[in-house]
Every structure is written in structure tokens, then in C-alpha cells.
Design a protein around this ligand. Structure first.
Ligand code: NAD
Length: 314
């Protein structure tokens, strides 16, 4: 079975490719957007590039012809996109619309055109909920994003659902809750915290530190995506890490690993939600999802991986 992973050079996409390679050939597609450095993305691909069962098509989903990338593909994991809540305001919004909405629509059209795709799993986001009315949040709650990023991720979900109901393309949207682990994007909280600790820099904490997140370990996310692709289930499901924790406690856990970090306080950023917590009942019953990594353990693995990466690139 040929599988295609879009966003294969990214944090979650490259980790998914590593796991998928254990069961057969994997094709990736990525355009190496400049949101963060190509060198980091090439680092994510390092072991994949040496595997003869992996191939990478450098193509822009919003622009390039997609026939080559999709030839013979039966399962598509769609992770390519423009992430990041805070930069999604103002002029940057057009980039979010391009990478998250237009690129998704083009990919869905191309899947229909090739006619071999049996399932598409889309990496949606907890950002679609905005400040939810209840926690843990279930999929039945009306999504009300509070950031332009969340709006575009929700539009992507709606597109997946439209192509399912109108054209019979089997699609599933997984709402990922703050993913962490080795290769985490450099703009994300844990990466910034660990890098600050290793560089002796300050860490900017937005808000009072009492905001909570449902952090999800990247390998749990990868397992959820693969299990979803193998199941006949279609729809929308939360994928959370199973525990909600506030930023103050996160900082304490990290400091126990790294020693003290100097914190600079800033007001909450526009578009940041106060809290997130996933009700994972749908994912559990639909495709047997159960998160397995405890935050302190996952954080330690991430810290060791970052130290190793710095040592080899020094
Ligand atoms: P990432 O930026 O590391 O990876 C995304 C990859 O997509 C990048 O390598 C980029 O070059 C590629 N890409 C972007 N636009 C493209 C296009 N038009 N054509 C081809 N490639 C393109 O991000 P990530 O953190 O790995 O997130 C992966 C996906 O999961 C994103 O869609 C994101 O919205 C979603 N998501 C991530 C999180 C998280 O916590 N990391 C949470 C919820 C949802």
C-alpha cells in the first residue's frame, strides 16, 4: 500500500514517516516553507533520506501539479500547513489561507482526480474550539476559534467533510492538542523553554502561567493517525494527551531537568486560548486511541533529543 504524508519534513510529519516506514514504503511531500529553518527540517529527514523505502517530492500543494506525488496512493496523511496562532493576524493571514485552506482544497481535488485514495487523515487542531464552554471539550461543542489560524484549520475540516459527503472521499479530521516531543517546532513553548535553558536565555511567558494545555506526545499523535487511517471510521475526533496542566507546573517540571530558567512575563497574546482539554472518547471508541506518555517522561525524552541534536551539529 502506498501512503503519502504531506508536510513530511515538519515536526509531526517526519515523526509519522518514521513510524509508517516500519510497515512499508512512504512518500512524503513538502515545500520547505520558511516559517523555520530548512536546516532543522533537513535534520528531521536525516534518517528518512537514507531509507530506500522513503521518497520525497518537493512540491507546493497550493501550486504544483500533484499527480506525481499522488500516483498510486491509497492513504493520505495531510499535515502540510502553516502553524502558529500568534502570527496569524494581519497581512500574514493570506499565507494561512493559502497553506491551510487553498492547499487543502487542491489536495482534495487531486485525490478525487487520481481515484486511488481510500482514506485521507487531516491534522486539524484544538484551536478550532477557541475558549470552549466546557472542559474536557467534546466534538459536539460548536467550534468558535479565537484566532485566524483556528479559522483556517476549521475551514480545512469543513472541506474534508464536503469532499466526503459530496464525492465519497473517505476523510477524517483529528483535532491535535498541543503536540510536544523531539523535533518540536522552534516557535512552540517547550522548545523555547528547553532552548532557553540550554542557552542561558530568558523564556517569555505569555499570561499569568495559570493557563492550561492538554499536551500530547508526538508518538501518541502518530499512533492515533495510523490507527485512524486503518479504521473505516470517518468524522472529527479529538487527540489529546489525557492530562491537563498549567504553564507554571510545566516550567517547574522543565526546571527540575535543566536547572533554573529566567522568565520574562508578557501579557497574553491575541489568539491564545485560556485553556484546552480534550475529551478523547470518540477517538477511543472509533479507533482505539489511548495516550501512553506521561508529561514528565516525554519532556525528558525531548530534552535528551535536543541535547543530542545540539552536540552533533556543534
Ligand atoms: P511544521 O511546520 O513542523 O510542519 C508543516 C510542514 O508543512 C512544514 O515542513 C512545511 O514546509 C510544510 N508545508 C506548509 N505548506 C506547504 C505547502 N503548501 N506544500 C507543501 N508543504 C507545505 O508543523 P507541525 O507542528 O509538524 O504541524 C503539522 C500539522 O499539524 C499542521 O497542519 C498543524 O496545523 C497541525 N497541528 C499541529 C499541532 C502542534 O502542536 N504541532 C497542533 C495542532 C495541529
Amino acid at each position: 500500500m502506498t501512503v503519502l504524508v504531506t508536510g513530511a519534513a515538519g515536526f509531526v510529519g517526519s515523526t509519522l514517516c518514521d513510524a509508517l516506514l516500519m510497515s512499508g514504503p512512504v512518500r512524503g511531500v513538502d515545500i520547505f516553507t520558511p516559517y523555520y529553518s530548512r536546516a532543522l527540517k533537513e535534520g528531521n529527514l536525516e534518517s528518512l533520506r537514507t531509507d530506500p523505502n522513503f521518497s520525497l517530492v518537493e512540491a507546493d500543494l497550493a501550486e504544483s501539479p500533484l499527480e506525481e506525488a499522488l500516483e498510486g496512493v491509497e492513504v493520505v496523511f495531510h499535515l502540510a500547513g502553516q502553524p502558529g496562532v500568534r502570527p496569524s493576524w494581519g497581512r500574514e493571514f493570506q499565507n494561512y489561507v493559502r497553506q491551510n485552506v487553498f492547499a487543502t482544497q487542491r489536495l482534495l481535488e487531486a485525490c478525487l482526480a487520481v481515484g486511488t485514495v481510500k482514506k485521507l487523515v487531516y491534522a486539524s487542531s484544538s484551536s478550532v474550539y477557541g475558549d470552549a464552554e466546557s472542559y474536557p471539550t467534546a466534538e459536539t461543542l460548536a467550534p468558535r476559534p479565537v484566532s485566524p489560524y483556528g479559522v483556517t484549520k476549521l475551514a480545512g475540516e469543513h472541506l474534508c467533510e464536503l469532499y466526503r459527503t459530496n464525492f465519497g472521499l473517505q476523510t477524517a479530521s483529528l483535532r491535535l492538542f498541543t503536540v510536544y516531543g523531539p523535533r518540536q517546532r522552534p516557535d512552540m513553548g517547550f522548545s523555547r523553554l528547553l532552548n532557553a535553558a540550554l542557552d542561558g536565555d530568558t523564556f517569555t511567558l505569555y499570561g499569568d502561567g495559570r493557563q492550561t494545555r492538554d499536551f500530547t506526545y508526538v508518538e501518541d499523535v502518530v499512533r492515533a493517525m495510523i490507527a485512524c487511517a486503518r479504521s473505516p471510521w470517518c468524522g472529527v475526533a479529538n487527540v489529546g494527551g489525557g492530562s491537563r496542566i498549567d504553564m507554571r507546573s510545566v516550567i517547574s517540571i522543565v526546571q527540575a531537568l535543566t536547572g533554573p530558567i529566567s522568565i520574562v512575563h508578557e501579557s497574553p497574546a491575541k489568539g491564545d486560548v485560556r485553556d484546552t482539554a480534550a475529551d478523547i472518547g470518540v477517538a477511543q471508541s472509533a479507533f482505539g486511541y489511548a495516550p501512553s506518555m506521561k508529561l514528565a517522561d516525554g519532556m525528558r525524552v525531548m530534552f535528551e533529543a535536543l541535547r543530542h541534536q545540539r552536540a552533533v551539529s556543534a
